[in-house]
Design a binder for this molecule. Structure first.
Ligand SMILES: *[C@@H]1O[C@H](CO)[C@@H](O)[C@H](O)[C@H]1NC(C)=O
Length: 398
């Protein structure tokens, strides 16, 4: 909208820079009320659904203005049932960012799988198992997502965590003759009882890269039982490379051993940086290296879902924390410009006010578009963490 990024407009830039803090940064008593009603924190912005998508609106660019992002990001295209990605797309939904429930309903046909984060499998000392978190299951919402997502045939595959497990619990499971069967039975019976289409299992990282052979055996056993029961099996796995380029908690050999037992691998290609080492959330070259490390052959990547973060990170001189859509927009309203790093293919910006200096990395249409393209080139699908943390116009790209 405002050509903030173009050099010939230095004068205009100066004016705009002066105006933005006035229009966004300061809240006069009269727009305080409007702000309270409007969680995005901007006094006025475009709302969806609208006729044109983000590409037609010219918004997928390396140099968006903060104003454009704030003004346009709630306006998504009304063609919510048309997919622009051919490969599978999984979307995580968490109860603690409940905007994701609405996103999953509105864009249900953009997803082939929705994974609500509700369940935990627990072990009792006696070696029996039960499913916890079932009170979080929202049956009405599941029905609605399925009904609206007929075109993509969206599957509901809840995430199941091995919550509160000690290493002794794992040891007992791995060495007992009967416990793996008990665990399998608990899992399959619960999924069937609540009429889910499958499961997204998160267990691999929990042992810090130890006991991989035992984990492989467990995955194979579970895979066989889930397959027999007609349930989809998604395994969450960590990236095979750290941010130092060192081997991570999984490698090609692990993948090879489990590939035929699993329907999809949801790969956590994010959290590359941290407050100890601030920077990009997920450098694109690192994503590519991770995928190629897991499997060199493109034909063996059909089951891969590249993890896309729809959250960002805010860093200060003393630490940092994840940042979601609303807080991002609010902070962005204090920024003059947003910068593109060609090396990592992510946008970032800095603000400095009474709270100190902060650097924020958060996905943009451009960074997401580039990652979708990479996934297509590598022959992979996508897994988004998570739908409640992003901006509504992101979904035009899927
Ligand atoms: C859909 O995909 C095509 C091909 O990759 C691309 O050119 C186009 O910009 C995409 N449209 C949207 C809305 O992302």
């Amino acid at each position: 909208m405002w050509p903030l990024h173009r050099k010939p407009y230095t004068l205009l830039l100066t004016i705009v820079v002066l105006i933005i803090p006035l229009t966004f940064g300061t809240i006069t008593p009269s727009d305080k009320k409007a702000k309270q009603k409007d969680p995005a924190g901007s006094p006025s912005f475009k709302k969806g659904p609208i006729a044109e998508n983000v590409v037609e609106r010219g918004l997928v660019t390396k140099s968006p203005s903060p104003f454009d992002i704030i003004y346009e990001s709630s306006a998504y295209c009304k063609k919510t049932s048309e997919r622009n990605v051919t490969r599978p797309v999984l979307g995580y939904v968490t109860p603690w960012n409940n905007h994701g429930y609405d996103v999953a309903k509105t864009f249900s046909n953009k997803f082939t799988m929705i994974s609500p984060v509700w369940l935990q499998v627990k072990r009792k000392p006696a070696g029996t198992y039960y499913m916890a978190g079932t009170h979080d299951i929202d049956h009405e919402w599941v029905r609605e997502v399925r009904k609206r997502g007929k075109r993509s045939g969206v599957k509901i595959v809840p995430r199941v965590l091995f919550d509160g497990w000690t290493s002794d619990d794992f040891y007992a499971l791995f060495t007992s003759g009967t416990e793996p069967k008990e665990l399998t039975k608990t899992l399959v019976t619960s999924l069937k009882a609540y009429k889910f289409d499958g499961v997204t299992l998160e267990v691999w990282s929990q042992l810090g890269g130890q006991a991989r052979k035992a984990l492989q055996m467990l995955v194979k056993l579970l895979g066989e039982a889930l397959n027999k029961a007609g349930l989809t099996f998604i395994l969450v796995i960590p990236p095979p490379l750290t941010n130092q380029g060192k081997p991570g908690m999984i490698e090609h050999e692990d993948l090879k051993a489990m590939y035929s037992s699993v329907d999809y691998f949801s790969i956590m290609t994010y959290d590359y940086s941290s407050p100890e080492r601030p920077g990009a959330n997920s450098p694109i070259k690192w994503i590519q290296k991770c995928i190629e490390t897991l499997t060199p052959a493109k034909s063996d990547r059909e089951k891969f879902l590249i993890g896309l973060n729809f959250y960002g990170y805010q860093y200060t001189s003393t630490g940092g924390h994840p940042i979601f859509g609303n807080e991002y927009l609010e902070t962005l309203s204090k920024a003059k410009t947003i910068e593109w790093s060609e090396d990592v293919e992510e946008h970032f910006f800095e603000v400095k006010d009474k709270d100190g200096k902060r650097t924020i990395f958060y996905p943009t249409l451009m960074s997401i578009r580039r990652r979708i393209k990479l996934a297509e080139e590598l022959g992979c699908g996508l897994a988004i963490w998570e739908l409640g943390q992003g901006l509504d116009y992101f979904y035009d790209l899927l």
